[in-house]
Each structure stands twice: as C-alpha cells, then as structure tokens.
Design a protein around this ligand. Structure first.
Ligand code: HEM
Length: 173
C-alpha cells in the first residue's frame, strides 16, 4: 500500500497524543522507534496493518475507534493538505463519494502493481447510496470512518451503515 496511509496515521497520533505514543506504536510493531515512512513509497500491507493494530494497543482504543479517527483525520486534515487538488471544485459529500473510484485509480496510477480500493455505486432511492467496496484488504470499517469524515468535511448530515463486509449504505439526510 502507499506509504501515505502510515504517514497519515503518524500525523494523527503525533497531533493528538504526542510523538512518544507514535514511537511506542512503532516499537510495539517491531519497527525502529524512529522509522521514517515516505508518502510515495510502497509499504507492505502487512506492516501497515501491524502498525494500525499497534496504535490501537498503545492508545487503548478498539479497531472501530481507530477506523473512525483515521477517517476523520484523513479527510479533514491530511487530504486537504496533500491532496487538495482532488477536493477543489467538489461541493457535496455525494459528489466526492461518487468520484472516489476514479480518484483512487488516478492517485495510484504511478505505482507499479498498485491495488487501489475500487467502488461500485448503486442507488437504493434518490437519497440512499450503496457503495460496494472492492479490495483484498478488507478495510470496510475504514471505509465507514472515511465516509463519516466526508460528511463532516462538507458539514452534512449523513447516515452511514455497514451492511456487510463489502457494502456500505449512505443516506444523505
Ligand atoms: C482526496 C481524497 C482521497 C485520496 C486522494 C485518497 C487516496 C488514497 C490512497 C493513495 C490510498 C492508498 C491506496 C494504495 O496504496 O493502494 C487510499 C486508501 C484507501 N482509501 Fe482513499 N483517498 C481519498 C479519500 C477516500 C475516501 C473519502 C474514502 C472512502 C469513501 C477512501 C477509501 C479508502 C480506503 C478504504 C483505503 C484503504 C485501502 C484499501 O482498502 O484497499 N479514500 N486512498
């Protein structure tokens, strides 16, 4: 996976809990306390997952809480900073979510053998969107956290519900 996931997680932990906690999490994951990750390099998926579970342990939070915190930080703090171009000209949650499939394809197009998450869209009714998540990584809870983060970014009320391991229902209230 792109190193960007780990650099974002590092920002989240350092901003909210301090540098020491981040270093503890790295150490707990069997890595060097001062390991530096580059946003553009590829980081083994297994290492990313190890760091995520290590953060949960060090901060004493559940994987679901981590997924929500990550989604919020990614969409509201991190992406505007480094992926601002993708957020410009988009004015609603609906619009951004419908662009997600294309955005992930574009952003990872320079990485050889990249496997970005892909999304299919289906409308239940005029305000109910079902997003089907296709990724070998099984990070559906992160998807839910990210969609909640999108609602917050646009200051919109969304009802977000995981239906199963691939589908999330989003109701635009
Ligand atoms: C400007 C906004 C965004 C950009 C530029 C972006 C970019 C990326 C990048 C580069 C990755 C790593 C992919 C890889 O290395 O293969 C990633 C992962 C991911 N993104 Fe986004 N993302 C954005 C917003 C979102 C939003 C709003 C959602 C949910 C609706 C989302 C869902 C995910 C998920 C679930 C992953 C984890 C990887 C996986 O499950 O396979 N992203 N994103």
């Amino acid at each position: 996976m792109k190193g960007v996931i780990v650099t974002c997680l590092a920002g989240l932990v350092k901003d909210n809990f301090g540098r020491k906690k981040w270093e503890d999490a790295l150490e707990n994951a069997g890595l060097d306390r001062h390991a530096i990750f580059s946003a553009t390099n590829k980081v083994d998926d297994a290492i990313v997952m190890k760091v995520v579970s290590s953060v949960c342990k060090v901060l004493n939070i559940t994987p679901l809480q981590a997924a929500d915190a990550f989604g919020d930080y990614w969409v509201n703090v991190y992406a505007p900073r480094i992926y601002g171009a993708y957020l410009q000209e988009v004015t609603t949650s609906k619009e951004l979510l419908l662009r997600m499939d294309k955005i992930h394809e574009t952003v990872t197009s320079t990485i050889p053998n990249a496997a970005p998450p892909r999304f299919n869209y289906k409308w239940g009714d005029s305000r109910t969107l079902i997003m089907t998540y296709k990724s070998p990584r099984g990070l559906i809870d992160f998807l839910v956290g990210l969609i909640k983060g999108v609602g917050k970014y646009f200051n919109e009320d969304l009802r977000v519900r995981k239906l199963n391991s691939t589908d999330v229902e989003v109701v635009f209230l």
